[in-house]
Design a protein around this ligand. Structure first.
Ligand SMILES: O=C(CO)[C@H](O)[C@H](O)COP(=O)(O)O
Length: 236
């Protein structure tokens, strides 16, 4: 099967476009991280290039997002320069029926939580494989930790019933280093009965910067699906 026919890629492309189409001229846009949001950034760039969309500024959630924004001609700004973010677009690793999320598959969840939670309208873009009945079903919770606190934080996470794994680099020896110079402990819980409670407990461990549970942030989820062989977008 050629790359262009890959159904997962088609679903990601379709939701990325649907999200980019919702952005209006004059908007400050939160630019998320990951392969699905990358399509949204690309389509936003296309709309700017064609002149259909004017006066757009992006607030990137990661180094990857700023590189892509520059590549596709989206002017960037920072939270020092702007007081509001009109619309945010970001991916997720899991979405539950209450629109709670697990994020951080790209180790960008700390900046993502800052930017996404400031957005007046926050849109999540995912393919259908990310929809779960309960958070923690398939994906561990990424926990960003100061390097000097790795050992005590791992012990604290294990005490809470988590199975911990220091995230390792791909094509790089040693651990993943975040955009802030920290490390990520992927923590798999058997089940997450109360996402807001676990989010607060994890962030209360000394040495933890942020974890990948996002609650009460999402306004709209755009879900890419394949129906009768064609990619479609469902709203939740
Ligand atoms: O949270 C993230 C990065 O930290 C991503 O948004 C999440 O991992 C989804 O990525 P993708 O769209 O590539 O599946």
């Amino acid at each position: 099967m050629s790359d262009a026919m890959d159904p997962v890629k088609l679903m990601k492309q379709q939701v990325g476009k649907a999200a980019a189409d919702r952005v209006k001229s004059g908007s400050i846009v939160g630019l998320g991280t990951g392969s699905t949001t990358a399509f949204a950034i690309q389509f936003l760039g296309d709309r700017i290039k064609s002149g259909e969309l004017t006066d757009i500024k992006g607030v990137p959630t990661s180094f990857q997002a700023s590189v892509l924004a520059k590549q596709y001609g989206i002017p960037l700004t920072t939270l020092d320069e702007v007081e509001r973010i009109h619309i945010g677009i970001d991916g997720a690793d899991e979405v539950d029926p209450a629109k709670n999320l697990i994020k951080g598959g790209g180790a960008a969840h700390t900046r993502e939580k800052v930017v996404d939670s400031l957005a007046e309208e926050f849109i999540v873009v995912v393919d259908q494989s990310k929809i779960v009945d309960a958070l923690g079903s398939t994906f561990p919770v990424p926990v960003e930790v100061l390097p000097m606190a790795i050992a005590p934080v791992m012990r604290a996470l294990e005490k809470l019933g988590g199975k911990t794994d220091l995230r390792m680099g791909v094509n790089k020896d040693g651990p993943v280093i975040t955009d802030q110079g920290n490390m990520v402990i992927d923590t798999k819980f058997e089940s997450i009965a109360n996402p807001p409670e676990l989010e607060a407990i994890l962030n209360n461990i000394p040495g933890v910067l942020e974890n990948g549970i996002f609650v009460n942030v999402t306004d709209l989820v755009l879900i890419g699906e394949i129906k009768d062989g064609q990619p479609i977008v469902r709203e939740m």
